[in-house]
Design a protein around this ligand. Sequence first.
Ligand SMILES: Nc1ncnc2c1ncn2[C@@H]1O[C@H](COP(=O)(O)OS(=O)(=O)O)[C@@H](OP(=O)(O)O)[C@H]1O
Length: 692
Amino acid sequence: MPKKYRAKDAALNAASPILRLTRSGETAWGPLPGEDWTIFSPNHSTYEPLAWATRNSEDFPSEESSRTPLPTVLQDHGLYDGIQRVLFGGGLRFWLHKLLFLDSLSYLSHGQLSVSLQRYILVDVDDIFVGERGTRLKKDDVMALLATQQRIQQLVPGFRFNLGFSGKYFHHGTAEENLGDDMLLENAGSFMWFSHMWNHQQPHLYDNLTQLEMDMTLNREFAKEHGIPIDSGYSIAPHHSGVYPVHELLYEAWKRVWNVRVTSTEEYPHLRPARLRRGFIHRNIMVLPRQTCGLFTHTIMIERYPGGREKLDEAIQGGELFQTIVYNPINIFMTHMSNYGNDRLALYTFESVIKFLQCWTNLRLSTAPPLQLGERYFQLYPEEGDPVWGNPCDDSRHQKIWSHNKTCEQLPRFLVIGPQKTGTTALYTFLSMHPDISSNFPSPDTFEEIQFFNGKNYYRGLDWYMSFFPVPKNATARYLFEKSATYFDGELVPKRAHALLSHAKLVTILISPARRAYSWYQHTRAHGDQVALNYSFHQVITASDTAPKPLRELRNRCLNPGKYSQHLERWLSYYPPQQLHIIDGDQLRSNPVETMNELQRFLKIQPPFDYSKHLRYDPKKGFFCQVINGDHTKCLGRSKGRQYPPMEDKSYKLLQRYYLSHNTALVKLLKRLGYRTVPQWLKDDLSDTVTA
Ligand SMILES: Nc1ncnc2c1ncn2[C@@H]1O[C@H](COP(=O)(O)OS(=O)(=O)O)[C@@H](OP(=O)(O)O)[C@H]1O
């Protein structure tokens, strides 16, 4: 019917085959959101109602029919035109429609787009013993806690509240509240427990591991003394401090004192939006996303709850809290002790939402200790095991829970990303001559390169990366940079680099990919690599996919980085083109002064450094070198600018063909990026006359 109605009192068709997650049986009484409902009037046997509602009687005071339920959601079996559909007469603002939408997707995709019906719920009660006098649990609150827990157990088998304690504040309440503390301990075995911090101090405020361990040990001693179990393997930091952004000392102390294997936070990657919170694993500690239920330490009385009882019920009855559980297979909720005293809003909230879920959904609610939840979570989302380190300075909340000794000024402002064998060491050396530019401290394993964003080092975390850069107050250089030539073609590198250094500028050097491949081959031979010594360059680059693994690996390291356009496009899918500067490697070799001037302009470094006075061509080396003490030059070592025979013509020809599509795409890309001239090496590689 082409009219816009207001509607109320929704009910479902229990016989509909679409219902899966959604459970029929009740009527959702009251007005439904929106004023433009379509009421369907099917005139063909293909349509079957999935939901009904009543037209708002105020709009039709005299009409008898206003009391008759009319179809608002229809299943179209597709008998008419062969296409099955579900037609919604109202939008997704109505919570029941969100469930029906999920079920429709599942039904119409023959189960391929289905969410699981299993839901885990864990309710953490932080700050046990911490609340202010007058807001803590009394004996009858603890009794209510136990009674509610028992009732919830009927609906969620094995359900137990998970209590996070800070022993220092035990017996810090009124006489009545201290009896409440005692009663919690008398019933310790009825709950799950985890360690908060002994003194509720935020871990990021500790710069001393011993101190942090001492505080944790005090809480552990307290637990042992009072019969609190200490083997949960779970812990929580006050205000999520130290968990993310990671404070390594916290992870270290947790492992040493509590053997922590799992924790949770609301802060990864950010507090908001809550639906995007995810997990990660760091130093073998699983970090799970934590949900909020709308109750905080200040909402301990219903009149303090924003919007009062009505808003709280809205969250429970189809609103945010209800939906959190519908959408998340694993739910760890944060509450505080004071939410269980006073108006006991947390008891009301959880019991009500669980009942509401049971009434309207077929979800199977269960619970498990945090360690099991962690394992389950990463089985469901294995890809999340890999963390992505964001920049703490991009989020004001993160900055508040980051050590005062850390600053984003200690992060590089530009990256020289490679690829290998294009002249990156020369560029690194020239940049380091600049009085305003400074690179990282050398790594014992990879020398001037940190190689953080690719490979295993990334798992060492942000503190590890930052430890390679001078603390700004102790340094004179204004521009920090890092050069790791392996970044260029690293699959994950642009994403990771952008997450941490979204404002950083990127510098890359390109030479003929064929020459680059050959230089890499010579490099590995010079390093005594047996494969390179046993096979000719031509054999390496023509090795087939059935060749021995080491040979294939060498072939790949020779060939893959040279697919420049592919790699650059990946960088450009994260960074805007204005942040990327491409250096012609041949120009860097033949005219480094001009190259460095262009680079300084791109980096907006003022005043510019006069490289003409500091670089000179060294005929013996055959390259430009650094001028030392007026007359002498200091050149790069023997491993840069090696002497080796020219590439065989047949190899060069083969590589010209191999890189043809990549080089053609590179020309287009350079034009798109606004480069007016195409480098000579690229023209040569694309022509079929020139030899190497
Ligand atoms: N000024 C100067 N001095 C020495 N070498 C120079 C210079 N400018 C560019 N080149 C070229 O740099 C090539 C080595 O590149 P990289 O430093 O990027 O290699 S590495 O990936 O770090 O191993 C190196 O490659 P090979 O000639 O194959 O040794 C040189 O061609």
